[in-house]
Design a protein around this ligand. Structure first.
Ligand SMILES: CC(C)(COP(=O)(O)OP(=O)(O)OC[C@H]1O[C@@H](n2cnc3c(N)ncnc32)[C@H](O)[C@@H]1OP(=O)(O)O)[C@@H](O)C(=O)NCCC(=O)NCCS
Length: 375
């Protein structure tokens, strides 16, 4: 008897679901599992249902309908828990999801290489219905892919975006005097205690939009509310004569003794007005206020070309770089940055794809080689 706790997946379950699919052998190069989860959840026509044992995700199904038929995908039970009725339980949960929406028929596809699973579905009352399936895949701006050519090649639209991320840290509080606020425009830095999700999204989307900040755009409201109202997280808004000109965010809770400067940036209209130096140093002072052993920040090659140099000028030292993957920004309505069409920028910034000044800011202290992450 299965004693699975079954519920709809939330954003924060994504990594565990992808790990389950990998363990069950369901991931293939031409489907991005992260994108598949996001697309399903945002479609309004589907849901990823997960089954938990003692709080651990051990089963999943992606269920949805196309306005005519119901479909199930990614039926998986972790290899350690197969044969205990969980597969049956999660498929039945998907069937209930569909019948509750008036969908009269459920269908599924079995890969030719996975015919062993056919007996499982037969036990659950499914029968083979001979049909010829024809498909065509839309590939990003290049249009429709011709089938049979290279089906295993990752589809660009699902491939996300690779960026070079630089991690910087400061191990001692700076000894400099407090950096004064500029006299014009008159600014004040005010903590936004428990901001509303809509106000936070306004800050994040407007500050981060030009630099392809996407991770929080992918978060649902509930998850984002949990993050921004966490007692460890502090959000500060830079007001310029009553208008929000930027925001910074620190997280004091990631690891004991550490504070992360999670986000920092100015609204596009306020860049180049001489506010940045005061603002970054004020955020550094705020980060140190709880007397941690270390503060740290990360920036990537999609950020403002001066970001890295300014962090270094303010006293941060690079401790690592890594090439990391972000979801495709087009999925949340942002353009795919032209500079990254052919992959991430080289870590040393020796590339002119970002246009004038891209990666060649005079403030940047050269990083001779890619430094492994030590923290
Ligand atoms: C397919 C899968 C989800 C089954 O999960 P499970 O938890 O092992 O299955 P259950 O224990 O719920 O089995 C339900 C019934 O199917 C039967 N069954 C399960 N796998 C079977 C198999 N390979 N062959 C024959 N019968 C099988 C069980 O004996 C059980 O029968 P019962 O109700 O008479 O006792 C799991 O094996 C899995 O994750 N496989 C890898 C991923 C995969 O191939 N997914 C399907 C993609 S189309």
């Amino acid at each position: 008897m299965s004693e699975l706790e079954i519920r709809a997946a939330r954003y924060r379950d994504t990594e565990d679901i992808v790990a389950l699919w990998r363990a069950a052998g369901l991931t293939v190069p031409h489907n991005d599992p992260y994108e598949d989860i996001r697309f399903c959840r945002d479609s309004g026509q589907g849901e990823v249902l997960i089954g938990l044992l003692g709080g651990v995700i051990v089963a999943s199904v992606l269920v949805g309908h196309d306005g005519h038929r119901g479909w199930i995908y990614y039926v998986a039970v972790h290899p350690d828990h197969q044969g205990a009725g969980h597969g049956k339980a999660i498929v039945e949960a998907a069937e209930v999801w569909l019948t509750a929406r008036g969908v009269p028929k459920v269908q599924l596809l079995i890969r030719e290489t996975n015919t062993g699973v056919r007996a499982f579905y037969e036990r659950l009352g499914y029968a083979d219905e001979p049909r010829l399936i024809m498909t065509k895949r839309f590939v990003d701006h290049t249009g429709w892919e011709r089938r049979g050519e290279d089906e295993d090649a990752p589809a660009p639209h699902h491939a996300g975006i690779s960026t070079t991320v630089t991690y910087l840290e400061m191990l001692e509080r700076p000894t400099r005097p407090t950096v004064p606020a500029p006299s014009r425009p008159k600014v004040s830095l005010v903590r936004a205690k428990s901001p509303t999700v809509s106000f936070y999204r306004y800050l994040y989307d407007n500050v981060g939009g030009p630099w392809t900040w996407v991770s929080r755009r992918f978060m649902d409201d509930e998850t984002l509310r949990d993050v921004i109202t966490s007692p460890d997280v502090e959000i500060y808004v830079l007001w310029a004569e009553g208008v929000p000109a930027g925001y910074g965010e620190v997280n004091r809770g990631a690891k004991p003794g550490e504070v992360e400067l999670t986000y920092f940036g100015l609204m596009p209209d306020y860049i180049g007005m001489g506010l940045g130096w005061y603002f970054i140093n004020s955020m550094i002072d705020i980060a140190w206020a709880s007397e941690p052993d270390r503060i740290w920040v990360h920036t990537c090659d999609l950020d403002h070309p001066r970001a890295l140099g300014n962090y270094q000028k303010a006293g941060f030292k690079v401790f690592g770089q890594a090439v990391e993957r972000e979801p495709d920004p087009r999925a949340v309505g942002l353009p795919f940055p032209a500079s990254h069409r052919n992959g991430p920028m080289p870590p040393d910034g020796s590339d002119d794809r970002a246009g004038p000044g891209g990666g060649n800011d005079a403030n940047v202290i050269p990083i001779n080689k890619v430094i492994p992450l030590k923290r």
